[in-house]
Design a protein. Structure first.
Length: 558
């Protein structure tokens, strides 16, 4: 085959990307030539805010001219940063290969002398951040409302040098892939600048990157079957799986570089997940709010569909729980309840044991430092009903979440907050691991305050400790009737607060086709324990609550 002409922008970063593709093709014994093409983004140094006002003209800011050269046969292939490529390209063209994804994280860059706090954002609370990205501005505004912005454009060295100007920003954001590529280029920026900088990667679960960020895209004509065959040899299918989720959501939202969208897709043995941020500036959002969510599914196409519908539609929310809790939630969300956005099923009754307090040997109970592990709000209520008294000294209390902490302090105001620890993941297993890290078996005795069900993992982790169990309540759960099952809307979120609640729901499908009925349901778990329990049924769980708090989770979907 004749020499393959590779179209690229002329920046150091773009040339490094194009050279990488050139090297791959040369290893396959094809000769190549780089052709530099100036794009609108290289010429127009207006801020993205100004450019976006031009509508469709803002799309393909860094790709349009290269694609036009491809259509005119002035080049054979084009190398782009995938995040710059619109989801709708000319019909004649196709992305034929995704050969590489480097560090897709955003990096927070600032002068060492401006570091005044140990945690992100490190700089002063009312500092200026240099960025022209809609996504980065919107996400920073969501996380740190007091920070301010300066619009800056230009290549990476130019932006870094602005940090040293007296009227420059306090921090800037750069893509990890850009930094990774540039660091391989000798003298890309003077050492006198680098030695004064802090360059810190941001967790994509906290600061989701642009869809496809860090990924190389190689484009050619659809009809050029010879080139398509060659490019298939440098394509990475594992990258494609995750990119399809990120780009799929972007395509559904019909967004370009001016969309305030961050998406981090992932795949593991349990299926697909996506951490997403969509700013309230999204023009087609009915809810006019910031979305900051993590969602899951075993099927990537269904995940894209469900996320898009969550972002753009109001779907019913179905809650399964005990009558007292449901009544409290109805009083909080009266408007949504009466509009049928919220549907409640009273399926659980709690029975408190009122005689266990008589069996407690108070005299010997507090001879040793005691840790009380309370796994639910019901456990706290049972202590209150029984007029239990905590010791004056030598104890800590471990709880499963902040809601339990609030209830505990309300019911037992004499307890000091510093005595209370919260499970990092909202589970009994999480509590056990924290105790394992902090205390030795010789130092403490443990008392669990729980329902009749078992927490086997908790006891297995702490098998070398002295553990006493107080069974202080039990729950009884009923199955739904056939009529109740058929009342559940076809598209809705189904929230389960415990494994037993899900079991009662699942067992209600005798004689009914669960797979057919549930195809559009979004199963939601209130915490990790319930999430893992539902997953054991080989069913896709769409979301889980960070804290075991119904109210917070309902607000997330409203």
């Amino acid at each position: 085959m004749k020499k393959i002409r590779i179209g690229t922008r002329g920046s150091s970063l773009a040339l490094a990307q194009a050279q990488y593709v050139s090297d791959l093709l040369q290893k396959l014994e094809y000769s190549t030539e780089l052709v530099i093409i100036k794009t609108t983004g290289d010429i127009n140094y207006q801020s993205f805010s100004e450019i976006s006002k031009k509508g469709d003209e803002a799309k393909g800011l860094f790709t349009k001219e290269i694609e036009e050269a491809l259509l005119r046969d002035e080049i054979d292939i084009a190398v782009h940063s995938l995040k710059d490529v619109p989801t709708k390209s000319p019909e004649e063209l196709v992305i034929a290969a995704l050969p590489q994804r480097l560090d897709f994280r955003d990096y927070w860059v600032f002068l060492k002398e401006k570091k005044i706090q140990a945690q992100f954002p490190f700089i002063r609370e009312d500092g200026f951040v240099g960025t022209s990205s809609f996504r980065r501005k919107s996400l920073i505004r969501f996380l740190f409302p007091s920070l301010r912005f300066l619009d800056i454009r230009g290549n990476v060295p130019t932006r870094i040098k602005k940090l040293f100007n007296p009227d420059g920003p306090d921090a800037i954001l750069l893509s990890g892939a850009g930094i990774e590529r540039l660091q391989k280029i000798t003298n890309w920026i003077e050492d006198s600048y680098l030695k004064n900088l802090e360059i810190i990667p941001l967790d994509p679960e906290v600061f989701p990157p642009a869809p496809g960020q860090g990924t190389l895209a190689v484009q050619c004509k659809k009809k050029n079957t010879d080139l398509l065959s060659i490019l298939s040899k440098i394509h990475n299918h594992k990258i494609e799986e995750v990119i399809n989720i990120e780009r799929g959501i972007l395509a559904k939202l019909e967004g370009g570089c001016h969309l305030p969208l961050g998406v981090y897709g992932n795949k593991d043995e349990s299926g697909y997940s996506v951490k997403l941020f969509l700013g309230r500036e999204y023009p087609y959002s009915k809810k006019k709010k910031d979305f900051y969510i993590k969602r899951y599914h075993k099927n990537s196409k269904q995940l894209i569909k469900f996320v898009y519908e969550e972002l753009t539609q109001d779907l019913p929310i179905v809650i399964f729980g005990k009558r007292e809790k449901n009544q409290k939630l109805i009083s909080i969300f009266q408007k949504e309840f009466h509009s049928k956005r919220l549907i409640f099923f009273d399926v659980m009754e709690v029975y408190y044991h009122t005689d266990f307090i008589k069996k407690i040997d108070y005299k010997n109970l507090y001879n040793k430092f005691t840790i009380f592990c309370i796994f639910s709000v019901e456990g706290i209520f049972s202590l209150k009903i029984n007029e239990f008294q905590f010791p004056n000294l030598n104890f800590y209390i471990f709880l499963n979440g902040n809601q339990s902490k609030n209830v505990l302090l309300q019911e037992f105001p004499e307890i000091h907050a510093e005595k209370i620890f919260i499970s990092k993941d909202g589970t009994a297993k999480g509590i056990a691991n924290q105790i394992l890290e902090k205390f030795s078996p010789k130092e403490i005795q443990i008392i669990t305050i729980k329902g009749k069900d078992k927490n086997n993992e908790f006891y297995e982790i702490l098998k070398d400790y002295s553990v006493k169990s107080w069974i202080v309540y039990e729950t009884k759960v009923r199955n739904l009737t056939k009529e109740e099952v058929l009342q559940i809307p076809k598209k809705s979120y189904l929230i389960f607060g415990s494994p037993s609640l899900f079991n009662s729901f699942y067992q209600s499908f005798q004689g009914l086709n669960f797979k057919e009925l549930s195809s559009e349901w979004r199963l939601v778990a209130l915490g990790n324990t319930t999430f893992e329990h539902i997953s054991r049924y080989k069913l896709p769980v769409y979301a889980k609550g960070i804290q075991p708090d119904y109210e917070l989770l309902i607000k997330e979907f409203l």
